[in-house]
Design a protein around this ligand. Structure first.
Ligand code: HEC
Length: 146
């Protein structure tokens, strides 16, 4: 065999290439196709559901940082209450109503009324908030206030 003057690195690369050809030539029945494809399909399904809810939480976090942090912190009381443990003391629907209609909650809901008497500032969301944004914030708060 003539000396082609390959470097060690090139020899290694060529060896890898030839080995990869061999791999392609393996008999098809050596490759466990069926099992892994169904397993992967199931994994893809659940991980895409996870990604969707992770996206919602991330969006909620952005909205929270824009619209809530002027008055709220998770751990500390600020203009409004600390939000730590929120879902242990309030129902999800209540929180959603508080975010979407704080003024009518302060007027009509006994708990919100009490909070307002305590904090003396009406909760107002700067620039308002849509239902869809409020839901994303709730998803974020569910994980952040635990
Ligand atoms: C201008 C300040 C301010 C902003 C901005 C604000 N809040 Fe509030 N929030 C308050 C105050 C003050 C209270 C207590 C009730 C009251 O006085 O209106 C409150 C109460 C709450 C409560 C009830 C807490 C409890 O312990 O039951 C929740 C939940 C809440 N806010 C969530 C939010 C979310 C989420 C945002 C952003 C989308 C937000 N707030 C924006 C001031 C604010």
């Amino acid at each position: 065999m003539p000396n082609y003057g390959f470097t060690d690195e090139e020899k290694l690369a060529l060896t890898m290439l030839v080995m990869s050809w061999k791999k392609v030539n393996l008999p098809a029945e050596y490759i466990p196709v069926k099992k892994t494809t169904t397993q992967n399909a199931q994994m893809d399904k659940s991980s895409s559901a996870q990604t969707a809810s992770a996206d919602l939480v991330k969006r909620g976090e952005e909205i929270y940082n824009q619209k809530c942090t002027a008055c709220h912190q998770i751990e500390k009381k600020l203009v409004g209450p600390a939000l730590k443990g929120l879902f242990e003391r309030r129902k999800e629907d209540w929180v959603l109503s508080m975010i979407l209609n704080p003024d009518s909650m302060i007027k009509n809901d006994p708990i919100a009324k009490k909070l307002y008497e305590e904090y003396n500032v009406p909760m107002v969301i700067p620039g308002g908030i849509t239902q869809e944004e409020a839901k994303a914030v709730v998803e974020y708060l569910k994980t952040a206030t635990k």
